[in-house]
Write a protein that binds this ligand. Structure first.
Ligand code: IMP
Length: 173
């Protein structure tokens, strides 16, 4: 199968520099505390792996899976595909997301996590598409604001492909 041409939106170097900045900000904000990072599968697995290695405060990692997309379209229905392995009651939780697009997934997740009574709950998202907002979401740690384009790479997929690209790109055409 031939791969279509892909235009680079954000290079691997820019991503790595920004991830280091986000890690430094988290280290300052949580100095003297420990945290639980909750990467949202599947899209944030690459970002979370890099972010975790930029974090120096004691840090547990537990995964949460949900999906709302088929191909390039949100189905509007959010499904949990994997739950946490341990309760997070009394813990400082940071949800790690790849992209906040309409905001529907994060609204669902934040409401779900509030019921688990964490000591604090924050959101770190690599990307945000403001033009697509249906539900406004406060992002505590944001990598990049992007235009209304469908992005792939660095964990993000198109029909499950391209997650392994080290940069963020857009399929041409
Ligand atoms: P939301 O519920 O519309 O905010 O969508 C959030 C989820 O949709 C993200 O976690 C991604 O998995 C997926 N998504 C949204 N936009 C893109 C994109 O441009 N590329 C790949 N996945 C996307």
């Amino acid at each position: 199968m031939d791969s279509p041409p892909i235009d680079t939106l954000i290079s691997a170097e820019r991503i790595q520099a920004r991830v280091r900045e986000l890690g430094a900000q988290i280290n300052r904000d949580y100095a003297g505390q420990s945290i639980v990072l909750v990467p949202v599968l599947k899209g944030s697995f690459v970002f979370a792996a890099d972010l975790a290695r930029a974090i120096e405060v004691p840090c547990a990692i537990d995964f949460f899976g949900c999906r709302s997309y088929e191909g390039t379209e949100s189905t509007g229905v959010v499904q949990t595909t994997l739950d946490l392995s341990k309760p997070v009651e009394g813990k400082h939780v940071i949800i790690v997301e790849d992209i906040v697009d309409t905001g529907l997934t994060m609204k669902y997740m934040l409401e779900n996590f509030e019921t688990r009574r964490p000591a604090s709950l924050k959101l770190c998202s690599l990307l945000h598409k403001a033009a697509r907002t249906k539900v406004p979401i406060d992002i505590d740690y944001l990598g990049f604001e992007i235009d209304d384009v469908f992005v792939i790479g660095y964990g993000l997929d198109h029909d499950e492909l391209y997650r392994n690209l080290p940069y963020l790109g857009v399929i041409r055409g």
